[in-house]
Design a protein around this ligand. Structure first.
Ligand code: 3EB
Length: 343
């Protein structure tokens, strides 16, 4: 692992974590463990969450580990567990499970608003006010509860919290993703910084914060990517990227065509970002991908297509998850500009 970079990524199984040298583990900002999980092995002295998204490309789990040269300190703030460096803060938060409550606002909307309030309180209080990237997971994302789809309730709660905190709900918004995982209480991890990112949009797509109301009364609050310069290193956090052109889903019944469309959208985002950086070009081939797939039986054809269209990538983790629109079969995300180690 590159020791000089302000931010680096490592992918390994949780069983391999304890085998890493202490010095390596001392650089961990935090960990996200993906798979069909039992128990909570692989936990340590850093923020950590488990995401119940079975692996479709192997057995066991895969941990995404964020590393930094010398994390300065860690702690908790409300429900947020965090660890930070001079420039960056990684945090995790797990909300309450969403048992339907009697009457009032739907519990997921309220839980989401509360979670984001706690995140904003934490990052504002600690001096890392710029939310760069958020990963959101919760169960039954496409199910209705009280006549409203849970993803839409999540969007309402998220937007409530941004507004209550006096934050922008368009243009200057973080990169994000929101996926459905199995029996998953609202679970969020995020990166925040001391310096503001540059939000990146995709010219092929309507900005999500400008989606028309047919996708829900409250628009999603995210940008297509967030570009941040950390000690001379340009890092690009690419949001979950799906088969959407304009605001419409493309190829509703064709997982392979959706995969191709996702990659075209990714390329468009990378190329927008490349127009904003002085040196170094972000390329699709240099990335390691997380690929969320709705139906496990689509995994082989999606994987084959990805190998065709991005032949020399650093690889990918294929995970079973529900995507936020019923007709989306696949969603792809990555982080560019960070060294990636796949152990
Ligand atoms: C889309 O482009 C697909 O609600 O945070 C992608 C990334 C999607 C982030 C979110 C949703 C989110 O609209 C879905």
């Amino acid at each position: 692992m590159s020791e000089s970079h302000p931010l680096a990524l490592c992918y390994l199984s949780s069983s391999a974590l304890p085998r890493q040298p202490d010095e390596w583990r001392s650089r961990m900002l935090g960990q996200v463990r993906y798979g069909l999980l039992r128990g909570n092995s692989g936990r340590g002295d850093w923020p950590s969450i488990d995401v119940h998204t079975p692996r479709l490309d192997g057995t066991g789990d895969i941990c995404e580990v964020w590393c930094a040269p010398r994390p300065i300190s860690d702690g908790t703030s409300g429900g947020v567990r965090f660890r930070h460096t001079e420039e960056l803060l990684f945090g995790t938060l797990t909300g309450p499970g969403t048992e339907p409550a009697a009457g009032g606002t739907d519990p997921l909307q309220a839980a989401t608003a509360e979670a984001y309030r706690e995140i904003f309180q934490a990052i504002d209080g600690l001096g890392y006010p710029f939310l760069l990237r958020a990963w959101n997971y919760f169960d039954r994302i496409n199910e209705d509860s009280r006549g409203v789809e849970r993803y839409r309730q999540f969007n309402a709660g998220r937007q409530d919290a941004f507004i209550d905190a006096g934050r922008a709900v368009s243009t200057n918004v973080p990169a994000a993703c929101a996926l459905g995982a199995l029996e998953q209480p609202l679970t969020i991890c995020f990166l925040a910084s001391r310096t503001p990112p540059l939000p990146i949009e995709n010219p092929r797509q309507v900005s999500a914060y400008d989606y028309p109301p047919e996708y829900g009364p409250r628009s999603p609050t995210f940008s297509r990517a967030a570009l941040v310069r950390l000690a001379g290193q340009d890092v690009l956090f690419v949001s979950g990227t799906a088969s959407i052109v304009g605001h419409r889903t493309q190829h509703p019944d064709d997982p392979v065509a959706q995969t191709r469309e996702c990659v075209q959208n990714l390329q468009a985002v990378l190329s927008q970002a490349n127009g904003q950086v002085r040196d170094g070009r972000f390329t699709a081939a240099s990335l390691f991908y997380k690929v969320y797939i709705r139906h496990p039986e689509h995994a082989p054809s999606i994987q084959a297509e990805l190998r065709q269209v991005i032949p020399h990538s650093r690889g990918a983790a294929l995970l079973q998850a529900d995507i936020c629109r019923q007709d989306l079969l696949v969603e792809i995300e990555a982080t560019a500009g960070v060294p990636v180690e796949v152990l």
